[in-house]
Design a protein around this ligand. Structure first.
Ligand code: FAD
Length: 457
C-alpha cells in the first residue's frame, strides 16, 4: 500500500463507537484505518440484547464512515499486528480500557505490536476522568462515593475533543482485508431495543436536556415516568462520551447538578474496579465470604421465579419483566429487585448480577457488579447492610398509581386502588394467572438481618 501523504495509523474501536468527542481519533491523525475486532471472549457472555445492539451500533458507525470500517474477528493480539502492517502503520490508537479483561487484552496486544515495532497508543477513556486518577490526599483510592464525588468535581475534566468536523482521510478497508459479515442474530421474541448509534444517542440527549432534565431530581426515582435519559446503553458502547454530556450542563441548568452526580456514580464504580479488579467476581468486603446463603432445589426454584417475574410481588415482577422486554430496567427497580434476591430470597448477589449481565443491553461490568454489591451490603460505601427494601412500600412510594406495574404485568392491569401493590390482600386473592408471594417479606427481612448480624458482629 502507498505511504504517500500523512502517516497512516489504525484506530481500533472498542467502547468508543462514535466520531464526535473522540480523543483517540485526534491522536490517530489524518490518515486512519478504522477497525473493530469481534472478540468471542466478549461476545459470548454478553447475551442476545447486547450482542444485537453492538452489531447495530457497528452498522451505524460503518454508515457514518461511508463503509470504511474494517470488521474482523479473532484474537486482537493476532489480527491487529497484521492489519497495522498491511497499511504500514506505526501506531494503533485506542481509548484506554479500564475493566479487567480489557486491560489484560490490551497488554497482550501492546506486546504483540511491539514485536513489529508498532506502538499501541491510548488516549482518553470511556470516562470523564480516567479511572485511577482521582485519589485521596494520601494517594489511596476512595471507598465511599460522597468524598469521591467531591474530589472528582475538584479534579475536573477536559472539554470535548473537537473531532466532529475532523477531516480524516479514512483508509478503504477493502484494500487491506475482507470484513467479516456482521452476524444477523434474531431478536428474541418480545424484546424491543432502542435505536443504535451516535446520532440516536445525541438525539436522545438533546431531547432529554430540553425536556425532562429540569424534573430529573424528582423524577429520576419514578419508574412510572420517562424521567431518566436511558443513555446507559449508549454510554456502554461509547456512542456518546460522558464529557459531551457534562459539557452541556452549563449555566446552572435546572436538574444539571443531580444528573452530574449520577454520571459520577458510573465513574466511581469504574474507579473501584480499576483498583480492585477482583471485585468483578468477589466480595469487595471479604467478611462476606462466609455469609450464609441458600442453595439447592428450593433456592433454584426461587431464582427461576425471580428471573421470570413470577415472585408474586408486583413491583419486583414488573422490573424483571421489563428486563426481559427491553433489556433495561429503571434504576430504582434494579435496586428493589436486587434487594429482593439477596435479602428476601437469600441468594448470592453474583447470581443476580450474572443474570443481569446476560440480559441487560447496557450491561457494564463495573456498574453492574458494584451496584449489586452495594445493594447486597458487601460493596463500597456506607450502604447499610441492614437496609432491606420493602417491595410494597417501594411500590406505593415510587409507582403510586401502579402505572409501571400495569405496563409490564398484564394480569394486574384491571386492578384498581392500592391492591395493585399487594394483590394477595384482595378478598379472592390475586387475579387468575398471577402467583401468590413466594416468600413473606416481613419474615425474610428478619432472617436476612439475622444472617447479616452473624457476619458483621
Ligand atoms: P440516568 O438516570 O439518566 O443516569 C444517567 C447516567 O448516569 C446513566 O446512563 C449511567 O451511566 C449513570 N448512572 C446513573 N445511576 C448510576 C448508578 N447507580 N451506577 C452507575 N452509573 C449510574 N448501569 C449500567 O450502565 N450498566 C449496568 O450493568 C448496571 N447494572 C446495575 C445493577 C444494579 C443492581 C443497579 C442497582 C444499578 C445498575 N446500573 C447499571 C446503574 C443504573 O441502574 C443505570 O445506569 C441506569 O438505570 C441507567 O438508566 P439511565 O441511563 O436512564 O440513567
Amino acid at each position: 500500500m502507498s505511504t504517500d501523504g500523512p502517516e497512516p495509523a489504525v484506530l481500533w474501536f472498542r467502547r468508543d463507537l462514535r466520531l464526535g468527542d473522540h480523543p483517540a481519533l485526534v491522536a490517530a491523525g489524518q490518515r486512519v484505518l478504522g477497525v473493530f475486532v469481534l472478540d468471542d471472549r466478549l461476545l459470548k457472555p454478553a447475551g442476545a440484547a447486547r450482542r444485537i445492539f453492538l452489531v447495530r451500533s457497528l452498522r451505524a458507525l460503518r454508515e457514518q464512515l461511508g463503509g470504511r470500517l474494517l470488521i474482523v474477528s479473532g484474537d486482537p493480539a493476532t489480527v491487529l499486528p497484521e492489519i497495522a502492517d498491511a497499511v504500514s502503520a506505526t501506531s494503533v490508537h485506542i481509548s484506554a480500557e479500564c475493566a479487567p479483561y480489557g486491560r489484560e487484552r490490551d497488554q497482550a496486544v501492546r506486546a504483540a505490536l511491539a514485536r513489529r515495532e508498532i506502538d499501541l497508543v491510548a488516549t482518553g477513556s470511556p470516562y470523564a476522568i480516567t479511572p485511577g486518577r482521582v485519589r485521596k490526599q494520601d494517594g489511596d483510592p476512595f471507598r465511599v462515593f460522597a468524598p469521591f464525588y467531591r474530589a472528582w468535581l475538584e479534579h475536573g475534566w477536559r472539554g470535548p475533543a473537537d473531532t466532529e468536523k475532523s477531516t480524516v482521510d479514512w483508509i478503504d478497508p477493502g484494500a487491506v482485508a475482507e470484513s467479516v459479515e456482521l452476524p444477523d442474530e434474531p431478536v428474541p421474541e418480545g424484546l424491543t431495543l432502542p435505536e443504535a448509534g451516535e446520532k440516536a444517542a445525541l438525539t436522545a440527549w438533546r431531547e432529554f436536556r430540553k425536556g425532562a432534565l429540569a424534573d430529573y431530581p424528582d423524577d429520576r426515582d419514578r419508574p412510572d415516568r420517562p424521567g431518566t435519559t436511558r443513555l446507559s446503553t449508549y454510554l456502554r458502547w461509547g456512542a456518546v462520551h460522558p464529557r459531551t454530556l457534562l459539557a452541556d450542563l452549563v449555566d446552572d441548568l435546572p436538574g444539571g447538578d443531580s444528573f452530574r452526580r449520577e454520571l459520577a456514580w458510573r465513574e466511581f464504580h469504574a474507579d473501584v474496579l480499576w483498583h480492585r479488579p477482583e471485585t468483578a467476581r468477589r466480595n469487595y468486603d471479604r467478611r462476606f465470604d462466609v455469609f450464609d446463603q441458600d442453595t439447592g432445589k428450593a433456592a433454584d426454584a426461587a431464582f427461576d421465579a425471580w428471573c421470570a417475574g413470577q415472585t408474586g410481588y408486583p413491583i419486583v415482577d414488573a422490573g424483571m419483566r421489563q428486563l426481559l422486554a427491553e433489556g433495561w430496567m429503571h434504576n430504582r427497580i434494579r435496586m428493589v429487585v436486587a434487594s429482593f434476591l439477596v435479602k428476601d430470597l437469600h441468594l448470592p448477589w453474583w447470581r443476580g448480577a450474572r443474570h443481569f449481565m446476560r440480559r441487560l443491553v447496557d450491561g457494564d461490568l463495573a456498574s453492574n457488579q458494584l451496584n449489586w454489591q452495594w445493594v447486597a451490603g458487601c460493596g463500597t460505601d456506607a450502604a447499610p447492610y441492614f437496609r432491606v427494601f420493602n417491595p410494597v412500600t417501594q411500590s406505593q412510594k415510587f409507582d403510586q398509581d401502579g402505572a409501571y406495574i400495569r405496563t409490564y404485568v398484564p394480569e394486574l392491569r384491571d386492578l384498581t386502588g392500592q391492591a395493585i401493590h399487594q394483590p394477595w390482600t384482595l378478598p379472592d386473592g390475586p387475579p387468575a394467572g398471577y402467583p401468590l408471594p413466594i416468600v413473606a417479606h416481613a419474615e425474610e427481612r428478619q432472617e436476612a438481618l439475622r444472617r447479616y448480624g452473624a457476619v458483621t458482629g
